[in-house]
Design a protein around this ligand. Structure first.
Ligand code: NAD
Length: 267
């Protein structure tokens, strides 16, 4: 059976990678693509910006103008993802969410909208990053809080949220490995006379520069040794391929809220 997919944010960096990944995937078809109102890409062919060539799908500003789909793939921005979620819930359409930077209020809103469809949401769809998240949990649990945990993320100059969603997921995983709450232990900024490092803190540092696709390091520093787990993404297609793998998996799931750990470690 063919899975019919709508990609919103079709002219975005991830939108373009997703369109390429969907068209390359056997058993999947792009049936719709949207962009924000006022985008110069409206009315243009969704394949035009990628090297896949014309697809016969015009980029629309309104989801209602798209053909009926099985799943909506959304890597845009929090406010627009909330609007898209209302449409997906109304239409009984599955949703794959890659957008990051939600406030906790927005996240609660998203969860309360998407109660009747299967949803896959991950701050990072790379398979390597999801393995890094697992390794961070295990390492934190074995080393314990005597090893200082610091998380560094580096991204391109256009990224609007910090720390990255992935850095926060890594922080959650370190906290989980230690049996504490990230909210209680996170230190997001240091400047001036900060005093000595608080025992058990989970620190975050952020680099935004140039065209860095995405790099994350989780450092555990103890007395006399340091262990670093590092992941480097060199091409956005890694996120798109992971999202498509997740989309295929989601097609067989019941109503519920899933993440990439569920996709990679099915129970
Ligand atoms: P981008 O700015 O290049 O693309 C976003 C696109 O969404 C833009 O073209 C914008 O015009 C469009 N858009 C905004 N509002 C819209 C609306 N209402 N309807 C349709 N389109 C709309 O950004 P990007 O680098 O592609 O990243 C997008 C999001 O995905 C960010 O939140 C980013 O952090 C996240 N991201 C997630 C992963 C992951 O694996 N989960 C990987 C990379 C990026």
């Amino acid at each position: 059976m063919i899975t019919r997919v709508i990609v919103v944010g079709a002219a975005g960096r991830m939108g373009q990678s997703l369109i390429r990944a969907v068209t390359e995937q056997e058993g999947m078809r792009l049936v719709g693509a949207t962009e924000r109102q006022g985008s110069p890409m409206l009315g243009r062919d969704a394949g035009e910006l990628t090297d896949v060539g014309a697809l016969g799908i015009a980029i629309e500003s309104d989801l209602r103008a798209c053909s009926r789909a099985d799943v909506l793939v959304d890597f845009t921005a929090p406010e627009s993802t909330l609007a898209h979620a209302r449409f997906a819930a109304e239409q009984g359409m599955r949703m794959v969410v890659g957008t990051t930077g939600f406030s906790s209020q927005q996240l609660d809103g998203l969860k309360s909208i998407l109660t009747s469809v299967p949803v896959l949401m991950a701050s990072n769809y790379s398979v390597g990053v999801n393995l890094t998240i697992e390794l961070a949990r295990r390492t934190a649990s074995v080393l314990g809080p005597d090893y200082d945990a610091e998380i560094v993320d580096a991204h391109h100059r256009h990224k609007v949220d910090a720390p990255s969603g992935t850095a926060l997921s890594l922080g959650e995983s370190v906290a989980e490995g230690r049996g504490v709450s990230l909210e209680d232990k996170a230190v997001y900024a240091r400047q001036g006379i900060t005093g000595a490092r608080e025992a058990g803190a989970i620190g975050f540092s952020v680099i935004r520069a140039g065209d860095i696709v995405g790099e994350h390091t989780v450092m555990f520093a103890g007395a006399g040794e340091r262990l670093e787990i590092k992941h480097v993404a060199t091409d956005r297609m890694t996120f798109a391929h992971g999202a498509i793998r997740g989309t295929k998996w989601l097609m067989d799931q019941n109503v519920g809220w899933y993440d990439m750990q569920d996709v990679l470690n099915p129970s």
